[in-house]
Design a binder for this molecule. Structure first.
Ligand SMILES: Cc1cc2nc3c(=O)[nH]c(=O)nc-3n(C[C@H](O)[C@H](O)[C@H](O)COP(=O)(O)O)c2cc1C
Length: 190
C-alpha cells in the first residue's frame, strides 16, 4: 500500500471481530515498530502481546474503572456513553512499554526524560500504518492507571506502560475523522 494512502485511510477502530490473527502478521506489525527512530538509537520500547482472555478481562475492568474516574473528574458527558466492550472482543492487545533511561541527552535536561515517549509514539504509529497496510485495524488506547496496568502485566516500576494497542479485524469500518487545514497549523519563518 502506498504510504500516503495508508496515512490518510488509517482510522481508530472501536469494534473488532473476535477472529484470531496469525502470529506472522503480529510479528510484521512488531517489526515495523522497531524501524522507528529513537534517541541515540536506544530503541526504548518493549512489547507484551496479550491474547489471554483472563488478562484481557482484567484490562477491561481497569479501563472501566478509569472511565468512571475520568467521567467523575472531568464531567465530560461523552465518557458516559463511551463503550469499552471492544477490549473484550479484540483478539490482540499489544502493550507498549517504555524505558525512561533510554531518552538520550534529554536525561540531563530540566524537562526530564521525554525522548523515550517520543520514540515509543513513533513506533506505535509505525504499528498503526503497518496494520492498516495488512488490512487490519488498530486503536491507540490509554485509558488506564499505569500502576494498575503494571500489576496486571508484571511490569517493573522503572519501566512505563505507555499504551495498549488493540489490533484485529474491524467489525465495520470507522467513519473518517476530520482534520484541520494545514494552513491553520503552520507558520513559516523565511
Ligand atoms: C496518545 C493517544 C492516546 C489515545 N487514547 C485513546 C483512548 O484511550 N481511547 C480511545 O478510544 N482512543 C484513544 N486515542 C485515539 C484518538 O481518539 C484518535 O486517534 C483521534 O480521535 C483521531 O481519530 P483517528 O485515529 O481515527 O484519525 C488516542 C490517541 C493518541 C494519539
Amino acid at each position: 500500500m502506498e504510504l500516503f494512502t495508508a496515512m490518510k485511510e488509517r482510522r481508530s477502530c472501536r469494534n473488532f471481530l473476535a477472529e484470531p490473527i496469525d502470529e506472522t502478521i503480529i510479528e510484521k506489525v512488531l517489526e515495523a515498530a522497531t524501524w522507528a527512530p529513537s534517541p541515540l538509537n536506544t530503541q526504548p520500547w518493549e512489547f507484551i502481546v496479550i491474547t489471554n482472555p483472563e488478562v484481557k478481562g482484567k484490562i477491561f475492568v481497569e479501563a472501566e474503572r478509569s472511565r468512571q474516574w475520568a467521567l467523575e473528574t472531568t464531567g465530560w458527558k461523552w465518557l458516559g456513553t463511551y463503550s469499552l466492550d471492544f477490549l473484550k472482543s479484540v483478539p490482540i492487545i499489544i502493550a507498549v512499554i517504555g524505558d525512561p533511561k533510554k531518552s538520550g541527552v534529554d536525561l540531563f535536561m530540566e524537562e526530564g526524560p521525554m525522548g523515550y515517549q517520543a520514540a515509543c509514539a513513533a513506533a506505535i504509529q509505525n504499528m498503526h500504518l503497518a496494520a492498516h497496510a495488512l488490512r487490519l485495524s488498530t486503536l491507540w488506547f490509554t485509558l488506564f492507571n499505569k500502576k494498575v496496568l503494571r500489576e496486571i502485566l508484571s511490569i517493573p516500576p522503572e519501566k512505563v506502560p505507555l499504551a495498549l494497542i488493540c489490533l484485529g479485524k474491524p467489525e465495520r469500518l470507522p467513519n473518517p475523522t476530520p482534520r484541520k487545514n494545514i494552513k491553520e497549523k503552520t507558520t513559516y519563518i523565511r
